[in-house]
Design a protein. Structure first.
Length: 260
């Protein structure tokens, strides 16, 4: 017999009152007005995000700046190539890598640069160093609009990510669409359901008490509906990141945001 927590029971209630959306109802812009997750926070949490001295995410931004500018005898620093900084770069990811043809998210781009140009090993997902570097690079695009490209080779990845967003899964038989489209703005226990945009990531989640990537948030969402989560960095999750970013195109980058 499966025993559901309070959150599980609340999600079951959402599933019961929101029938599955058939493929023809896929909407890439389902909202009259795009709203960042920031808009669904309490005023106190918004104030924490806005204060760069109090926002704990800036601890990782500062650490990332150190790593970005560090070189040794065997490897040049990131800064030695990117002499003018990387403003706007994170706002365009995930993106197709012109050399390999792969779709890379920001973390994948960092690791590809490490392996290809610095001859260093890739960093593990959610490692402190990768979170710090991604936070530092993402923060350079703070306030700039998301602008991912879904044309050409990215189109198939976008379609795959969209399909995952609309697919029911897990023991609770819920899709991302049912929460973040059909029930955005409604209350789920003590929280308000957002539109599901990733413009604040890497973000400091109060639930985690640490900074984490959008991949970790997706992983947690799958776990929340009692689905078997995919490995961090899986192609399916990167495709979903592309879809989430594309449907949020135009929203300002906020990393490091604060989220519940």
């Amino acid at each position: 017999m499966i025993r559901l927590s309070g959150l599980g029971l609340a999600l079951v209630a959402v599933a019961a009152c929101t029938p599955a959306a058939p493929p023809e109802t896929h909407l890439d812009a389902p909202f009259e007005r795009l709203q960042s997750g920031y808009d669904f926070l309490t005023p106190e949490t918004q104030a924490l995000q806005d204060d760069t001295f109090s926002n704990p995410g800036y601890l990782w931004v500062d650490r990332g700046a150190e790593l970005f500018n560090t070189s040794d005898a065997d490897a040049p620093s990131c800064a030695s190539c990117h002499t003018t900084g990387l403003a706007g770069v994170a706002a365009s990811y995930p993106a197709i890598d012109s050399d390999s043809g792969q779709l890379l998210n920001l973390e994948g781009r960092i690791n590809t640069c490490r392996e290809r140009h610095q001859h260093l090993p890739a960093l593990d997902y959610e490692s402190d160093a990768l979170r710090a570097l991604s936070a530092y690079i993402a923060n350079q695009s703070h306030g700039l609009p998301l602008s991912v490209d879904i044309s050409g080779a990215a189109a198939t990845h976008y379609a795959n990510g969209r399909d995952y967003f609309f697919t029911r899964r897990g023991q609770l038989n819920l899709s991302c669409h049912q929460c973040h489209d059909q029930n955005a703005g409604k209350r789920l226990r003590g929280d308000t359901i957002s539109q599901g945009h990733g413009n604040g990531f890497p973000a400091y989640r109060l639930e985690w008490q640490t900074l984490g990537s959008l991949q970790r948030r997706i992983f947690d969402c799958d776990t929340g509906v009692r689905a078997e989560p995919l490995p961090l960095g899986s192609q399916t999750y990167i495709d979903l990141e592309l879809y989430l970013s594309a449907r949020a195109n135009g929203l300002a980058m906020e990393s490091p945001a604060i989220r519940r």
